[in-house]
Design a binder for this molecule. Structure first.
Ligand code: GLV
Ligand code: GLV
Length: 323
């Protein structure tokens, strides 16, 4: 009997073909529309030797403790793993895998896109053309801000954060500040980035990019108190996780002009209600969590997730283990 690999979604085409051709394991897969229902996920961990999941699955301690003894590995097709109770999996000696590095460029590209789009009021510009509000060229119309001589503030200077800084710095920022759980001299060096307190970062940055993981320290880090400390001209970009920002406080900050604009690829919850005031706000650009969504990157992520799952099932070291 071959070990069973359960996959919670249809994978991008190239990786899906590979999955279907695997011979060392039997593959079962949720191919229904949308995310896997929780009763199906429960059934899966009861019989599978390996689980390949998405960030949409809640892998909490209840699910992990209900898993059968045969479950050896949980491999998530994501770099973030705030949806997994890591300690619960460790306690059960279930190996955990994730997909760092392969999505760094795609996510950093999207972060730069949101920063520029928010600064140059892309949403208002597109809407104006669509709504027939474009008159003749006007010296005072749709004036945004530019990065020349400004200060970039990074919350998190990990793989993605430093890739964002290296993309944005050439747009003319004169200074890069960063805040995180610890100073990272080797990552800061290429931009001469200065490690700063959170308050210092808030008050001095013109553009703030959130590129850190969601945990109990970063949850609702951006709340009313934080927004009040930001420049009224500041731009906030979030391509990490929605709950790092208190979403209703963000709407308040936009309305009160505590900050100028936001570009976000993540919301709380996801999907956000289309009627939520953030969605319709003229100075908010909201993307549907597509940071890693390129053909190339999603196939690399899926392949890496397959590699991790196979290694775990066969009792080998994972390529990218969550430690
Ligand atoms: C996407 O958000 C990821 O964590 O991979
Ligand atoms: C985050 O997980 C990163 O890759 O920087």
């Amino acid at each position: 009997l071959k070990p069973l690999l359960y996959v919670t979604r249809t994978l991008p085409q190239v990786a899906q073909k590979r999955l279907e051709a695997l011979t060392e394991v039997e593959v079962k897969q949720w191919t229904g529309s949308g995310t896997i229902p929780s009763d199906e996920l429960n059934k899966a961990v009861n019989s599978a030797d390996g689980l390949l999941c998405m960030l949409t699955e809640k892998i909490d301690s209840a699910l992990i403790s209900s898993a059968g003894k045969q479950l050896k590995v949980i491999s998530t097709m994501s770099v973030g793993y705030d949806h997994i109770d890591v300690q619960a999996a460790k306690d059960r000696q279930i190996a955990l895998g994730y997909t760092p590095d392969v999505l760094t460029d795609a996510t950093a590209d999207l972060t730069a896109l949101l920063a520029l789009s928010a600064a140059r009021r892309a949403k208002e510009a597109i809407d104006a053309v669509r709504d027939g509000k474009w008159q003749k060229w006007d010296p005072t119309w749709l004036l945004g801000s530019q990065f020349t001589g400004k200060t970039l503030g990074m919350v998190g200077l990990g793989r993605i954060g430093s890739a964002v800084a290296s993309r944005l710095k050439p747009f003319g920022f004169s200074r890069v500040l960063y805040h995180g759980s610890q100073p990272r001299p080797e990552r800061a060096e290429p931009f001469n980035a200065q490690f700063t307190s959170f308050d210092g970062l808030l008050s001095e940055s013109d553009v703030i990019c959130i590129c850190c993981s969601l945990n109990e320290k970063t949850r609702h880090m951006f709340n009313k108190e934080a927004f009040k400390k930001m420049k009224s001209t500041a731009i906030l970009v979030n391509t990490a996780r929605g709950p790092i920002v208190q979403q209703d406080d963000l709407v308040w900050a936009l309305n009160e002009r505590e900050i100028a604009a936001v570009g976000t690829d993540v919301t709380d919850p996801e999907p956000i209600d289309p009627k939520h005031p953030l969605v319709g706000h003229s100075r908010a650009i909201v993307f549907p969590h597509i940071g890693s969504a390129t053909e190339e990157t999603r196939n690399l992520m899926a392949n890496m997730a397959i590699d991790n799952a196979l290694a775990g099932i066969l009792g080998k070291d994972l390529k990218a283990p969550i430690k």
